[in-house]
Design a protein around this ligand. Structure first.
Ligand SMILES: [Zn+2]
Length: 570
């Protein structure tokens, strides 16, 4: 049989060689006359791309690719503009990102008063009892400070005054804490005597009354009260709103040239709906979803839910994440080996118990899922490497698991070789170095920051997979912003944060494309412009690899192509 195949292929070769000019297949789409940055070492640059169906069938010079143009071919003249592989968002929260467009946006507010004003306006337009939800605030962005601050945070009084009859929940930009008003405290049954749950803190004034700030696990009571309110919706309303979030998140991603989105934190209900939408062909971007469910609830269900490349490569479910082992640095929740420099009583918080993560690790190993747990502080990363390493040691026959640690913002030097040894991927976000940079030294102190903070290039030099993303809706989804921070480490005030840890331009592009693809086992179909891969392409107004630092932010996304179709055009 083998012999026959060899003989046959020899015959084909001969017959091709006899033709004077080889006949190329007619492409459905040709991009020509461009600056194509392929992210492929063998052919790093080209001018043109031929696409058939949802795949790339040829990459080369404009003259070479002209052979693929037929009467039915859609030809797009790039006019010298730059085409790159579609960006892959490496870590985000897909439906919360979609939902965030229907909530109060607090990311850009520079005072607590500005936020109070927004809430006051929102309170005019809702029925008594309806919740008002905002997200994105960060106390270190407030230029004017309140007179009374407790642990750097204001009191809820002003918020309660403008919204006496509506519970208000304002989610910190990190997602690791909420600020609520009196009505929300009441409905969440938080009073002077409430004992916070383990891994959580109810911030209190000297007289013992709650300030409104609920850290980490303590926010669960407010979120549960809001969820109970939401649960009163009809099943139709619930599905309609979730579909709206899924569509919005996809459309907003495409505007940024993002063609794949890695979600950390889905559930069975969401995946059921996504699967139906994949059947309909109505998911706007390619999704890689990680379950955030209790291990006991996942046990017994994971085989049935595992899917890779479902619905023409639009839906992959093969990971467990992001249970959070610890909290965020911004809210003093990141779990550290040594106490916070600016809050010496605290090492941060262990949010989800170790045993729960161990249970998830056993499930991931057994059912062939990646594990992608959040570790922000250096202690959290150490503990996760312990858990991952112990489970891997029990299964020496299983290799190339690509388990991930999400964020990996503070890393002990002794843990770097352990990442390498276990093949664990640090799923980092370039932009976090710039959004956290202004206050990280306050939290960690100078020396610890220098040694352990956001050491992304050190991780790459050690041989680890470079990754990128913005954790939307935590930071703005912009890959351009994260790219710029990755290569400059320039803070809003012009100073540089950990500049020795910048990525090169090429590496930053690689991290946002191939690196993220590898982190999801998708490097064979995504991450570069190569024959046989999916035709997921972003067209940019300028070349990210060569443009000057101070012009990077001017980069516009002109067009996004997904599976060979133009899905966004400026
Ligand atoms: Zn996240």
């Amino acid at each position: 049989m083998k012999k026959f195949l060899i003989a046959l292929s020899g015959l084909l070769l001969i017959s091709c060689a006899e033709q004077s000019t080889p006949i190329s297949p007619v492409a459905d789409m040709v991009l020509t006359n461009g600056n194509v940055v392929t992210v492929e070492p063998d052919q790093p640059s080209a001018q043109a791309i031929a696409i058939s169906g949802d795949k790339i069938i040829a990459v080369g010079s404009s003259a070479e690719i002209a052979a693929y143009i037929g009467a039915s071919t859609e030809v797009i003249d790039l006019e010298g503009k730059t085409a790159i592989p579609g960006f892959i968002e490496g870590h985000g929260h897909y439906t919360s990102f979609g939902d965030s467009f229907y909530r109060l946006e607090l990311r850009y507010d520079t005072s607590f008063d500005a936020i109070v004003k927004k809430v006051a306006r929102a309170a005019q337009g809702v029925e008594p009892g309806e919740w008002i939800i905002g997200r994105g605030w960060h106390q270190d962005k407030w230029e004017t400070k309140e007179d009374v601050l407790i642990e750097g945070l204001p009191l809820h009084d002003k918020l309660s005054a403008v919204s006496p009859n509506n519970p208000v929940m304002l989610i910190h930009t990190s997602g690791h804490g909420v600020f609520v008003n009196q009505a929300a405290l009441d409905i969440s049954a938080i009073d002077d005597d409430t004992v916070p749950p383990e891994g959580g803190e109810i911030v209190r004034r000297e007289d013992g009354t709650a300030t409104g700030m609920l850290r980490e696990a303590a926010q669960d009571a407010a979120r549960a009260a809001f969820a109970a309110f939401e649960a009163q919706r009809t099943p139709e309303q619930i599905e309609t709103e979730l579909r709206r979030a899924i569509i919005t998140a996809g459309q907003e991603s495409l505007k940024w040239g993002i063609t794949s989105f890695q979600d950390l934190g889905t559930n069975f209900y969401e995946v059921d709906l996504l699967k139906r939408m994949a059947d309909e062909g109505s998911i706007p971007v390619r999704l890689w979803m990680a379950f955030e469910e209790q291990a006991a609830d996942m046990d017994g269900k994971l085989d049935e839910y595992r899917m890779v490349g479902y619905g023409n490569d639009f839906l992959t479910v093969r990971a467990i994440g992001e249970k959070v082992l610890d909290g965020a640095l911004g809210t003093h929740g990141g779990w550290l080996h040594e106490p916070y420099a600016d809050m010496p009583r605290s090492h941060g918080l262990n949010v989800v118990p170790i045993e729960e993560i161990e249970y998830s690790a056993r499930l991931a190993m057994k059912h062939g899922y990646q594990l992608a747990i959040q570790g922000i502080g250096d202690r959290a990363t150490t503990e996760l490497l312990n858990i991952y390493g112990a489970e891997m040691a029990k299964n020496p026959g299983k290799t190339d698991l690509r388990w991930r640690i999400e964020h990996a913002q503070v890393i002990a030097p002794t843990d770097i070789p352990r990442f390498v040894e276990l093949g664990v991927i640090p799923a980092v976000q370039g932009i976090f170095a710039c959004s956290g940079g202004p206050w990280v030294e306050d939290r960690l102190g100078k020396d610890r920051t220098l040694e352990r903070g956001y050491i992304f290039n050190t991780l790459y030099d050690a041989g680890l997979v470079p990754t990128n993303g913005t954790d939307p809706p935590v930071d703005e989804i912009s890959p351009i912003g994260s790219f710029k921070c990755s290569v400059t480490r320039e803070l809003p005030d012009g100073t540089l944060f950990q500049p020795q840890e910048t990525y090169s331009r090429e590496l930053a592009l690689y991290s946002y494309t191939m690196g993220n693809a590898i982190a999801a086992f998708e490097e064979d179909i995504k991450g570069s412009i190569k024959v046989g891969k999916l035709a997921d392409i972003a067209v940019l107004s300028q070349d990210l690899v060569t443009v000057a630092d101070d012009e990077l932010m001017g980069t516009e996304i002109l067009m996004t192509i997904l599976g060979g179709e133009v899905v966004f055009e400026k």
